[in-house]
Ligand binder design. Structure first.
Ligand code: SF4
Length: 281
């Protein structure tokens, strides 16, 4: 059985939260520059220039690209033949988040309970961790820093089967319209459909973790992603809400089998930052 030391996992988490808050991967940079070039609205282009320049400055000076350094979200894919040694895996991941936010001088944005005192935990822990068990002895993590301008504008509901594909299209576009500039567009729109309500919500978040340019392998869903992108971009909200044809950088859908009586649907918006990174150990 393969052994993985949780301290190695912890160190990778620390480094990743620092990196994703500061540096922009090349495919995202290319995507943002393409949007800048293609945007016909002068005000929208100005917003895109600021977005691109902000990325360059953040990376050059090793500073966070936004004051909201996000809540850490970690998707784990754990091979069933892996044995973790050296401590508790969840505790090690939480330590990694704490270390990264401390060592990177990143804003601490997490409160210990959501309704009453809302006291800041002062170390950006705990992260939200999703575990998936997979065959074999592989181990992968996708680490994200989710800004709440976009998270706050996200949405979940169960549609009736009669509402069908048109109901999904209407709901996705309405979510983006309701978000307006608050989600810091150009957004990435993650759509989770099927399963149950909580499954759809996790699928919507997972959809945001795809790499730039990846379409759904099912060509029907790939076509729906492209159509939804056109519909969202026809809203005219534009970069940072300044008007234009680039309200979204992409729309991505993930689905799961569901019950005959419903269409669980979740829309999770990500801002233009797209801070996430996949690591395989
Ligand atoms: S939604 Fe994104 S870009 Fe907007 S403030 Fe939050 S982290 Fe920053």
């Amino acid at each position: 059985m393969r052994q993985i030391d949780v301290q190695e996992v912890s160190a990778k988490v620390r480094d990743a939260v620092m990196e994703i808050n500061v540096h922009t991967p090349e495919p995202v940079m290319i995507q943002l520059n393409d949007i800048l070039t293609a945007e016909p609205s002068p005000a929208g282009r100005l917003a895109m220039q600021d977005i691109v320049q902000n990325r360059e400055v953040a990376s050059a000076r090793a500073m966070p690209m936004c004051q909201d350094t996000g809540m850490a979200i970690i998707f784990l894919e754990v091979g069933q033949d892996v044995h973790f040694v050296g401590g508790d895996l969840r505790a090690a991941i939480e330590d990694g988040v704490r270390a990264g936010y401390a060592d990177g001088y990143l804003r601490k944005s997490v409160v210990e309970e959501p309704l009453f005192e809302r006291k800041n935990t002062k170390d950006n822990s705990p992260p939200v961790i999703h575990f998936s068990l997979v065959p074999g002895d592989s181990f992968a993590m996708t680490i994200a820093a989710k800004g709440f301008g976009a998270e706050n504008m996200s949405w979940a509901k169960v549609l009736t089967p009669a509402q069908g594909i048109q109901g999904v299209k209407d709901a996705v576009v309405q979510c983006v319209v309701d978000a307006g500039p608050n989600a810091c567009p150009p957004v990435t729109v993650g759509v989770g459909v099927g399963g149950t309500l909580e499954m759809a919500t996790i699928l919507a978040k997972k959809a945001l973790m795809r790499e730039v340019g990846q379409r759904h392998p099912d060509e029907r869903y790939a076509a729906l992603e492209a159509e939804l992108l056109d519909l969202v971009n026809a809203t005219g909200i534009g970069p940072q809400g300044w008007g234009g044809v680039n309200t979204a950088a992409d729309v991505r859908i993930e689905y799961y089998p569901t019950h005959i009586a419903g269409i669980p649907l979740a829309v999770n918006l990500d801002c233009h930052l797209q801070r996430h990174k996949r690591i395989e150990l």
